[in-house]
Design a protein around this ligand. Structure first.
Ligand code: SF4
Length: 254
């Protein structure tokens, strides 16, 4: 992945493969920090880099734009050990990887499976919350059977209420819109607790209604979580550059 100008919209499969080639070396992955975070009432967090999308509102935008600048690589054992240490110190039982897409391809998926496996072996009372954009997991639903079915929750962050808003926000071509729904559908069928989430500030109630209809079409039963935008100045700036408006105005797209 070179630092050339991104041409929008891009093919997220190609972007995913390029990102994986940059952030993975063997089963080690690039991370930029490990921390205790206040979300979910307190969760042990590893911040990775590299994503299949480049969302206009991403709070990790520059790291995901230039993942090659972050080359501190950690094996699954090293990631798990760091997270377990933080969890012990804070008395936390929740774990996650965030800031990037955990699953860019098969190699990063194997890294993730090992991290989760080591953590849950050491902390059978623990719960891993997989935060994902659902793209690669929906493209390769066969991978899902390798995930542990217990002590795992999956939060699939949907980026648009329809193909146009998906393309505008993620930068990825609209024909890839449906993959996260496939991931959610298969996860539910497998009995894994999984739910969709959406950035409410970017969409009208009608658009959110359209998204609920699409979730129904896929027979996805889980409630839609509506989250609020973190309005960092650079986030607002990136939204403006991508011509995505927040609240009242916006996306007259579906
Ligand atoms: S999917 Fe998530 S990590 Fe990836 S660019 Fe979008 S907001 Fe950032």
């Amino acid at each position: 992945m070179t630092e050339e100008r991104i041409v929008f919209p891009f093919d997220p499969l190609e972007r995913s493969a390029k990102a994986e080639a940059v952030v993975m070396k063997g089963l080690s992955r690039a991370y930029h920090r490990f921390r205790a975070a206040p979300y979910y009432g307190g969760i042990t967090t590893a911040d990775a880099v590299g994503c299949s999308f480049l969302c206009a509102y991403c709070w990790n935008y520059n790291r995901n734009l230039y993942p090659q600048r972050f080359q501190d690589l950690y094996s699954p054992q090293q990631v798990a050990s760091k997270l377990l240490r933080i969890a012990r110190k804070r008395n936390y039982y929740l774990f996650r990887i965030t800031g990037a897409e955990p699953v860019l391809g098969e190699t990063s998926f194997q890294h993730l499976v090992e991290v989760i496996g080591i953590i849950l072996k050491s902390r059978p009372d623990g719960l891993f919350i997989l935060e994902t954009n659902g793209f690669f997991l929906g493209y390769r639903v066969d991978l899902l059977q390798q995930l542990p079915w217990t002590n795992l929750n999956v939060r699939v962050c949907l980026k648009g209420t329809g193909k146009d808003s998906f393309e505008l926000i993620t930068g990825a071509k609209k024909e890839f819109f449906h993959y996260p729904f496939q991931a959610l559908q298969k996860l539910e069928e497998a009995g894994v607790r999984a739910w969709p989430a959406l950035m409410r500030d970017l969409f009208t109630p009608n658009q959110i209604g359209q998204l609920r209809d699409t979730l129904d079409l896929y027979n996805i039963k889980a409630d839609l979580e509506l989250e609020s935008l973190e309005t960092y100045p650079f986030v607002l700036d990136n939204l403006k550059k991508r011509r995505v408006k927040i609240k009242d105005s916006l996306l007259n797209l579906s």
